[in-house]
Design a protein around this ligand. Sequence first.
Ligand SMILES: [Zn+2]
Ligand SMILES: [Zn+2]
Length: 487
Amino acid sequence: MYSLITRFFQRGLPAGIMALLLSLSMVTGCSSGADAAALPSEMSSESSFESEIPASSESLPPETADEVSAAPSSLPETAQSSTDTATEAHTATDTSASPSDTLDPLTVHFLDIGQGDSTLITCGDHSMLIDAGDNNVGTKIQLYLTKQGITSLDYAIGTHPDADHIGGLDVILYKFDVNRTFMPDIVSDTRTYDDVIQTVRNKNYKIEHPVPGETYSLGDASFEILGPLKEYDNTNSNSICLKLTHGSNTFLFCGDAELEAESDLLSSGADLNADVLKVSHHGSDTATSQSFLQAVSPSCAVISCGDDNKYGHPHQEVLDRLNQDDITVYRTDLQGTVTVTSDGSSLNWSTEKNAPENQIFSSPASTFTDSAASADDSSASSDGSASGSNPADTASSQSQTTGTAGTGNGAAPVSSGAEETQNTSDSLPQQSAQDNYQYILNANTHKFHLPGCSSVDRMAEKNKIYSSETRDAIISQGYDPCGNCNP
Ligand SMILES: [Zn+2]
Ligand SMILES: [Zn+2]
């Protein structure tokens, strides 16, 4: 544990977070193996990113597990692991022929690379990188991929030419053998973009412009291109949008696509529904309209943004919409690298750090103006650093040692969830009046949950319907099972 704390010191985290980590380590005992973790000497000063790798060996594809476990610095430091899955639930939620028995697990890593996006997806020995953060994080991403045992990528996708998405892509394209490189069919006159193009040339790659409707395979997973549906003046809206499917689990990634692109996606009739939404444009209010969110109807959403970023991302309006719809939200600025593993039917989340729920749903933007936000990431090499108040610092002092990551009971195994829900201080009289319910339905979103699901804690009481009916009966009434708790 000491080495873990030391390393967080080295990373210069504020005292409030240190206190939280210390108390967490006492409560949770930390993950097994973390105490033994020691950084290789050459890494300890050069980069702290390896220490941020939250992957546990069981979440890795079998082929890479050996390599990773041989590297001490990659041992788990996951502050919490919110096991949303119950093994009993697998068969109940399988609509196809038991995919969990046959599929290689899929892991999606939302990397904590500051302001920007970078998402690594692995399935068996196949892998794909969607975006590579800003110019200063290419090497960090490279090291993370290497620690995962990755030597080549099936796909590298630059969703759009903004620096906070393709800044590190030149490093990735240079350091790894990349089978296919996707970018939208637009050009940019920035140095960052030039660097990518030069690397593509040097490595004899070619950039492909995938077209909506095309489907590509990634081992036992596949993804369909949904956008961009046309060329927009706004760089962000030209983002490649794709839906990833693994068994019955689905994930939607649309880069920084803004409202106009969302609107076109909606009218295209594409099936946007997904269990997990990578929130577009770092949670900016220029994206994630209510109607778009309704069509996607995710159980969980991930916001990739930098701590104390100068745009005030994520914006409160978006957080409110997500909260209103009972969506479990993960934020890389507060929780570090976020990973989710799919077995084809259920999702298992883990985060590098904890953050209390009140922090997850509050924007750092209260002091930011719209004009600051609209300046955005279209500049060539923004690194997102800015001065200003740091809400994370102050909020961390309120954090408790519950071991949850912004999702209330999210860290609790489903089996004990029901009890926890009844114990929460804000449980209302209706709840105790109906002691036979097995599921909680949301009249607003038409999803249904197990009582212990973290979404239930945030659900407006007026939307809650306590049901003792069977799962099939509830589904026949038009309700969808939550992808988070897998009722
Ligand atoms: Zn961006
Ligand atoms: Zn952008």
